[in-house]
Design a protein. Structure first.
Lengths: 435, 279
C-alpha cells in the first residue's frame, strides 16, 4: 500500500446484498486503515403492520401477520396465536400442540434448506447462485430441492399451502390431518432424514475461517424438549425470563440509516437463531442428532458465525426426526380446535422462528378487537450483532480490492440468514395513542 | 403481447425479478418450483434475481417479474426504469397486482404513524398510499394471489416461451369448491365466506379446510379488466349482514383485507363504512 502518511478515507459498499430475503445495503468507511463506521442499511419500505392490526378482530390476526414474511409465515402465526391464547386463558395441548410443533418443523425444514443449499452454500463453493452451482454439483442441489420439498409438503398438508398457510387459528386449527394422510408423508421423511444427515456431513466439510466471537446468545430453553412455541427466554449472560418480561430487558432503537429498528438486551448486542438454539438445547437433540453433531468435531458452544450453516443443518435433521416421532404417536384430536371465550387483556409470546426468537404482544378489548400490537422479529435483534461481526471481520479484508472486501462482508451477513422483509415492518405502536 | 425476444444475442430469453414492498413470498414461490426450477434455469437466463443470485446483470431483459407494491417516492421512480428495461412486465402477487395488504394504509394517516411511531421520522421515506404497479406503468400480465400459485406462474412463463397468449381462469372460488365436492361453509356452518366473489387459483383451500375464503386472489372476473361483470359483492355483503347477522363494521372488515384496495372490494367496504358511521 501507499507509504505516504496522508489521511485516506475509503468506502466499501454493497449496494444490494444478494441471497438474502428482502433488500439491504452495507456501507463501511475506513480512515487510515481503521474502520470508522459500519452501517447495515435496510431500505425495505416500511409496511406498518402493527398499525393496521389495530381495530381488526383477533381471529384475523394469523392471516394478517403471516404476510409479514413469506419465508417464515408460520413463525408469525405461532407467536400470534400463543400471545392471544394467553389473554383468553386457552390451553392447546396433546395432539393439537404436537401438530403446531409439526407445522413449525415444516417451516424450519423449508426455510433452513432454502438457506443452506440455495443461499449460503454457494459462498463456500464459489458460485453466484444455486442454479450456477448445479452445473458442477447437480446431485447436491437435487438433494436440497427434494429436502426443501419435504418441508413444503408437510406445511401444505397441515396448512393448505406452504407460503401463508391458512389453517392456523386461535385455539388450534381449522382442520387437522387424518392419520393416513400423515402416514403418507413417512416414506419421504425417512429419505429426508438420511438426506439431512448427509447435509450435516457435507457442510461440515466446508472450509471455515477461524473467526470465533464473544457472543451473548439468546434462545428459548425449555427443560424437556427442543424449543418451538414455549420455554423461558435465556441468555448466555444469565437472563432467564418469561415472554411477559421481554420488554423489561429488550429494547428497540432506531438507526438513522435504516427502516428497521435494532433491538438490544440491557443495552448490548446479542445473537439469536440456530447457533444460539443449538448451544442452549443440544441436550434435547435425538441420539442421532447428537452423534451427527459430535461427528463434525466442533466443540460447544459454537462461537463462529460461519458455523451457523452447520447448526441449521443439524436443526433440519431435528425437525425431520421430531415430525416422524409425532406421526408415530398421532391420534387425531376430537376437535380441530378448542373453544375460545373472548376477554379483554394483554398477552405476550415468544416462539423460535427459523432465524431466532420472535416476540409478539397484543392488547385486546372485550369485543375481541386488537387495541395494540407489538412485534419484534429475529433479524432486528441480530442486526446490531451483524454490524459488530463486520467490524471485527474488516481487518481481514482491508488489503483486498473494494470488490473483494465487499464480497467478504456479504458472506458475514449471509451467515445470519437475515430476513430483511421481516425486520423492516415494525413500529413502536405503543406510543401511537399520543398522536 | 409479444413473444420474448433475444435482443440480438443468441440463447435463452433473459428474465429479471424485481422486488418492491412485499414479504418475499411470491419470489419464494419461484424457488418452490423445486421439480421444475432447474428446467426453468435452463429455459431462461435468470439475469437478475438478487434474492437467489449474486450474479446481477444489467438490462435490458426480455421478461421482468415484479413483486411488491409502490410505497415510496424512490420506488415510484424505480418502477419506471424497470418498465423501460423489459418489453414484458408481469406482476406477481397481490402486492404488485393490487397494492397488497399494506394498502390498508390507504385508509390511515401514514404521516401520523411515522411521526409518532418512529423516534426519528425524518429518516423514513414513505408515501401515504400503497399502489399496484399498473397505476404507475403499463403491465402486460398480472398474476393474482397472496401468494401466487406457482403452477400459474409456470404456466404463464411456459406459454410466453411458446409464443402463446397466457390465459388464466377468472371464475370464482365458489365454482372451484363445488368441483371439489366441498360442503359449503357458509350454508352449512354460517361462516361469512368470500368464495362467491373471489377469483379462483388457490384450489379453494380455505373452504376445503373448513374455513372461510378471505379473498387472497382478489375479485373474480371483471374486477380489474375484462371479461365479464364485476362480482356481486353487494349481494354477498347483504347476506353477511341480514343472513349471518354481521354488523356493518364486520362486513367492512371482510372486504378490506388482502385485496382491499381493488375496486369492487374497496367500494363494498366503503359502502359499509358509511352504514357503520350512520349507526
Amino acid at each position: 500500500m501507499s507509504e505516504a502518511k496522508k489521511t485516506k478515507t475509503r468506502t466499501i459498499a454493497v449496494d444490494m446484498i444478494a441471497r438474502v430475503e428482502g433488500e439491504g445495503a452495507l456501507r463501511v468507511t475506513v480512515k487510515d486503515g481503521v474502520v470508522q463506521d459500519v452501517e447495515l442499511r435496510i431500505f425495505e419500505p416500511p409496511r406498518f403492520f402493527e398499525a393496521f392490526l389495530v381495530g381488526r378482530h383477533y381471529d384475523e390476526v394469523p392471516d394478517i401477520v403471516a404476510r409479514i414474511c413469506g419465508i417464515c409465515p408460520v413463525a408469525y402465526q405461532m407467536s400470534a396465536v400463543h400471545a392471544l391464547e394467553q389473554i383468553f386463558a386457552v390451553r392447546v395441548e396433546g395432539a393439537l400442540r404436537d401438530l403446531r410443533r409439526m407445522i413449525y418443523c415444516g417451516e424450519w425444514i423449508e426455510s433452513h434448506t432454502l438457506h443452506v443449499y440455495m443461499l449460503h452454500a454457494p459462498d463456500f463453493l464459489g458460485y453466484a447462485s444455486a442454479i450456477a452451482m448445479a452445473k458442477d454439483h447437480p446431485g447436491i442441489l437435487i438433494r436440497g430441492l427434494r429436502l426443501k420439498k419435504a418441508g413444503n409438503a408437510l406445511m401444505t398438508l397441515l396448512g393448505g399451502r406452504s407460503v401463508h398457510p391458512i389453517s392456523v387459528k386461535v385455539g388450534g386449527f381449522s382442520r387437522v390431518p387424518l392419520r393416513r394422510e400423515l402416514e403418507g408423508l413417512k416414506e419421504e421423511l425417512l429419505w429426508a432424514r438420511d438426506a439431512a444427515v448427509e447435509t450435516v456431513r457435507w457442510v461440515a466439510g466446508f472450509d471455515y475461517p477461524d473467526f470465533a466471537q464473544d457472543y451473548t446468545f439468546v434462545a428459548l430453553h425449555p427443560s424437556d424438549e427442543y424449543p418451538f412455541n414455549e420455554g423461558p427466554i435465556q441468555s448466555s449472560g444469565g437472563v432467564n425470563i418469561s415472554a411477559a418480561e421481554f420488554e423489561q430487558h429488550f429494547r428497540e432503537e432506531q438507526a438513522p440509516y435504516s427502516t428497521a429498528l435494532q433491538c438490544r438486551l440491557n443495552g448490548a448486542s446479542y445473537l439469536v437463531g440456530p447457533l444460539a438454539r443449538v448451544n442452549f438445547n443440544h441436550d434435547h437433540l435425538s441420539p442421532l442428532g447428537k452423534q451427527v453433531l459430535a461427528d463434525t468435531g466442533l466443540s460447544l458452544p459454537l462461537c463462529n458465525p460461519f458455523h451457523a450453516i452447520i447448526a441449521r443443518s443439524v436443526e433440519i435433521l431435528y425437525a425431520i426426526e421430531e415430525t416422524l416421532r409425532i406421526i408415530d404417536s398421532y391420534e387425531p384430536p376430537p376437535c380441530p380446535s378448542v373453544p375460545v371465550t373472548v376477554r379483554a387483556g394483554t398477552g405476550m409470546a415468544c416462539t423460535e422462528a427459523p432465524r431466532g426468537i420472535l416476540y409478539h404482544r397484543y392488547r385486546v378489548d372485550g369485543d375481541g378487537l386488537i387495541r395494540e400490537a407489538k412485534i419484534v422479529p429475529p433479524t432486528s435483534q441480530n442486526q446490531r450483532r451483524i454490524e459488530e461481526d463486520l467490524r471485527a471481520y474488516m481487518p481481514r479484508v482491508l488489503d483486498l480490492s473494494n470488490e473483494q472486501a465487499a464480497l467478504g462482508c456479504e458472506k458475514v451477513i449471509r451467515c445470519y440468514d437475515p430476513c430483511i422483509s421481516c425486520a423492516t415492518h415494525f413500529l413502536k405502536l405503543d406510543i401511537l395513542r399520543d398522536g | 403481447m409479444s413473444q420474448p425476444k433475444d435482443h440480438g444475442k443468441p440463447g435463452r430469453p433473459k428474465m429479471a425479478v424485481f422486488k418492491f414492498a412485499s414479504c418475499d413470498g411470491c419470489q419464494l414461490s419461484i424457488l418452490n418450483l423445486e421439480d421444475d426450477l432447474l428446467a426453468l434455469g435452463q429455459a431462461l437466463d435468470i439475469a437478475y434475481f438478487p434474492e437467489a443470485s449474486s450474479d446481477m446483470r444489467e438490462g435490458p431483459y426480455d421478461i421482468a417479474l415484479v413483486e411488491g407494491s409502490i410505497t415510496t417516492p424512490e420506488d415510484a421512480r424505480r418502477i419506471l426504469s424497470v418498465r423501460k428495461q423489459a418489453p414484458l412486465l408481469i406482476t406477481i402477487g397481490a402486492c404488485a397486482t393490487a397494492g397488497g395488504i399494506q394498502a390498508l394504509r390507504n385508509w390511515g394517516d401514514v404521516e401520523a404513524f411515522k411521526r409518532v411511531v418512529y423516534p426519528s421520522p425524518q429518516y423514513i421515506q414513505s408515501l401515504s398510499t400503497s399502489t399496484p404497479i399498473s397505476e404507475h406503468v403499463r403491465v402486460d400480465f398480472e398474476l393474482w394471489g397472496c401468494p401466487i400459485d406457482k403452477e400459474q406462474l409456470l404456466r404463464v412463463i411456459t406459454d410466453l416461451l411458446a409464443g402463446v397468449q397466457p390465459r388464466l381462469p377468472t371464475h370464482s372460488v365458489c365454482i372451484e369448491c363445488k368441483r371439489r365436492g366441498n360442503v359449503c361453509v357458509m350454508v352449512a356452518k354460517g361462516i361469512p365466506c368470500l368464495g362467491p366473489v373471489t377469483r379462483t387459483g388457490c384450489g379453494a383451500i380455505c373452504p376445503s379446510m373448513g374455513r372461510d375464503c378471505y379473498g387472497c386472489f382478489g375479485p373474480a372476473e371483471g374486477a380489474h379488466e375484462g371479461p365479464g361483470l364485476p362480482p356481486n359483492t353487494a349481494s354477498l355483503a347483504k347476506e353477511f349482514h341480514q343472513g349471518l347477522q354481521l354488523i356493518p363494521i364486520e362486513v367492512l372488515r371482510r372486504f378490506r383485507g388482502i385485496n382491499g384496495s381493488v375496486r369492487p372490494f374497496r367500494e363494498e367496504s366503503q359502502a359499509w363504512e358509511q352504514k357503520d358511521r350512520a349507526g
